[in-house]
Design a protein around this ligand. Structure first.
Ligand SMILES: Cc1ncc(COP(=O)(O)O)c(C=O)c1O
Length: 367
């Protein structure tokens, strides 16, 4: 019998996604470790969600809801019924939403467009389905979306365009005007995926979510997560929303009892925790302003952020500065080189204490 290759060639060359390190993987001379490397919530988890987890944990032997309908209804209510429950697709994390979308629309022979530096799973998960990934990089100096080049790169095989606002790792956002131009230019067979997992932190006047486009029936899918504003990163819960037709198509990919009961109930509870959402957003929006004058004083290049993190260029070798910040100040930051931002570091906005440790540390090291 001839030697058959049982491996899909495009999976053979798939890179492994490695998230940021945990605090147990690093050592420091400082008294305390501040993990400002994974865009987590500095205030912890929503207390209402935490309470619901205790309740849900009493019935772990029972299968969860057959569908995510209860969370879909809570989301419709959260969005003041601007969207209906059938437009939501609960998932076990924003990452899983991306995976579903890639699986639902991409196969061998298809193409998708990404704009790096950005969240790596768009490229990875598209590759898992055999699709070709075209990178139309964000344009420097301000990391702006290159709408004309994206439109020019579309052909009959293109199915998805991934855009992110606010974008990870740059913190930049896409003004509504640009998204309008993109949506006006795309042909019928292309869907725009707008990843808005950091949307709560944006306050620019011309920032937009996907809602107006989805309401107008445009081919757009939004990606959201409970990992950031709601502080539920460990639970792995998220959702997408789109037109009723696309949402139903995505829900057809559900495994049996897809949404775990702890995540489902915690997500519903977190949506009602307005006090916690407001406290998180206030902290991030206020604290992120404290970084800019220090970066200015040090003469660092950085990008003003609409997210809960800031990207800055390291004036020395980035891994070296990353290591020094950890060793001397106990602050973990993320090297963004792999995201496509060479020699840049990304710092998550933490509590005032954690931010002080970083700001003091970086001034000592570079001042
Ligand atoms: C832009 C972006 N999209 C999606 C996600 C996925 O979030 P999660 O899988 O934790 O819900 C992240 C996480 O860092 C992100 O930065």
């Amino acid at each position: 019998m001839k030697n058959t290759n049982i491996f899909k060639p495009y999976l053979m060359k798939a890179p492994e996604y490695l998230g940021g390190k945990g605090t147990n993987e690093v050592v420091t001379k400082a008294n305390k470790i501040y993990k400002l490397s994974s865009n987590e919530n500095p205030l912890g988890a929503s207390p209402k969600a935490t309470q619901s987890i205790v309740e849900s944990a009493k019935n772990l032997h029972i299968y969860p809801d057959r569908t995510g309908l209860r969370l879909q209804e809570a989301l419709a209510n959260f969005y003041d019924n601007e969207l209906s429950a059938d437009q939501f697709v609960p998932t076990n994390s924003g990452s899983e939403s991306i995976e579903f979308i890639a699986r639902a629309f991409l196969s061998e022979g298809h193409e998708c467009i990404v704009s790096n530096p950005s969240f790596m799973p768009y490229t990875m998960f598209s590759g898992w389905n055999g699709a070709k990934v075209i990178d139309i990089p964000l344009e420097l100096p301000n990391y702006e979306l290159n709408v004309d080049a994206i439109l020019a790169a579309i052909n009959e095989n293109t199915r998805l365009i991934f855009i992110t606002s606010p974008n990870n790792p740059t913190g930049t956002y896409i003004p509504k005007e640009k998204i309008d131009a993109l949506m006006d230019g795309i042909p019928e067979h292309v869907i725009v995926v707008l990843d808005e997992v950091y949307y709560h932190f944006a306050n620019a006047a011309d920032f937009t979510t996907a809602i107006p486009y989805v309401q107008a029936g445009k081919k757009m899918i939004a990606i959201n997560s409970f990992s950031k504003t709601y502080g539920l990163a460990a639970l792995r819960i998220g959702y997408a929303y789109s037109t009723p037709e696309i949402a139903q198509y995505l829900r057809a990919l559900y495994r049996p009892f897809l949404i775990n009961i702890i995540g489902l109930n915690a997500g519903i509870a977190a949506l009602s925790d307005h006090e916690f959402i407001d406290a998180t957003v206030d902290l991030v929006q206020k604290e992120r302003e404290r970084f800019y004058p220090v970066f200015d004083k040090l003469g660092l290049t950085y990008w003003k952020s609409q997210g809960n993190f800031i990207l800055f260029k390291s004036p020395i070798d980035a891994p070296k500065l990353e290591q020094q910040l950890l060793e001397e100040a106990g602050v973990m930051v993320r090297n963004a080189t792999n995201f496509g931002a060479p020699n840049c570091l990304r710092i998550t906005i933490g509590t005032a204490d954690a931010n002080d440790a970083f700001l003091k540390g970086i001034q000592t090291l570079l001042g």
